[in-house]
Design a protein around this ligand. Structure first.
Ligand SMILES: [Zn+2]
Ligand SMILES: [Zn+2]
Length: 256
């Protein structure tokens, strides 16, 4: 099996219009989409949840047409105030892959423009607390874009290192819950956080972490498998020869 992109969105996500067919026709291996599930979303002032029935139906139709190459996924946006409703939504649904993310704090999304003018220490502190709590509360496979809350700050590694004790706590917790660390291509190449990933990946590995995934976070075909060659080379340079994939929630390691 060939490694496949494990962070993708289609029109089942509130902020994307891309079709499954676009991804399927540009790659001959598996395609998994990880659709946004963001309750109490301050961006849209509503609950954003993929229509599970319609998603299942579409995927089973496409699987007949595309040799069972499509897998079901979800990107769970954690927010403490909604944690019971999040668990309730997930309890009767099956996914191949579950990503765990923190996108907003109930008042604003961390990608809202004005966040760039806020104090990164205040934001990062609250964001990391939410991430640690999310790991404890929500069973998932992958800790997605660990840097989402600071994408707008252009932080240096030195600035991020001020939070190393919290990062160590989070990565230890992720390892305990068998959550993979995601290398997110949108973060590394569109938000220029490659150095932060280089540092964080080393930290995760130094703590005994072994599960790594690579995802483009593509919302359109132009970002599908974004800079994968370069990112795979970076991952391999750290002595990692297998990436984690998930089918029906079960870990399957794939050689890279
Ligand atoms: Zn996300
Ligand atoms: Zn995403």
């Amino acid at each position: 099996m060939k490694y496949y992109d494990q962070h993708l969105h289609t029109y089942f996500s509130y902020d994307a219009d891309e079709t499954f067919e676009s991804y399927l026709e540009n790659f001959d291996g598996f395609v998994v989409t990880t659709e946004h599930f963001d309750l109490a979303n301050p961006v849209t002032h509503q609950d954003d949840a993929p229509d599970y029935q319609a998603y299942q139906k579409k995927i089973s139709e496409l699987n007949q047409q595309y040799q069972n190459r499509i897998l079901k996924g979800i990107e769970i946006g954690y927010i403490a105030s909604e944690k019971e409703r999040i668990k309730d939504y997930l309890k009767d649904k099956n996914y191949d892959l579950k990503l765990l993310s923190i996108h907003h704090n109930g008042q604003f999304d961390y990608l809202d423009d004005f966040v760039a003018d806020m104090d990164y220490r205040v934001i990062l502190d609250e964001y990391l607390k939410a991430m640690n709590e999310a790991i404890d509360e929500i069973p998932a496979n992958v800790l997605a874009h660990f840097d989402y809350g600071i994408r707008l700050f252009d932080l240096t590694v030195e600035q991020l290192q001020e939070f190393e004790p919290q990062l160590i706590q989070i990565f230890k917790n992720a390892i305990k819950h068998q959550l993979a660390f995601e290398v997110n291509a949108k973060s590394t190449h569109l938000y220029h956080n490659l150095a932060l990933y280089d540092y964080a990946l080393d930290l995760y590995l130094s703590l005994g972490g072994k599960l790594i995934t690579l995802g483009s976070d593509g919302h359109k075909i132009e970002h599908f498998r974004l800079h994968f060659d370069e990112l795979l080379a970076l991952i391999k340079s750290k002595g990692i020869n297998e990436l984690a994939t998930y089918q029906n929630g079960q870990l399957q390691l794939v050689k890279i």
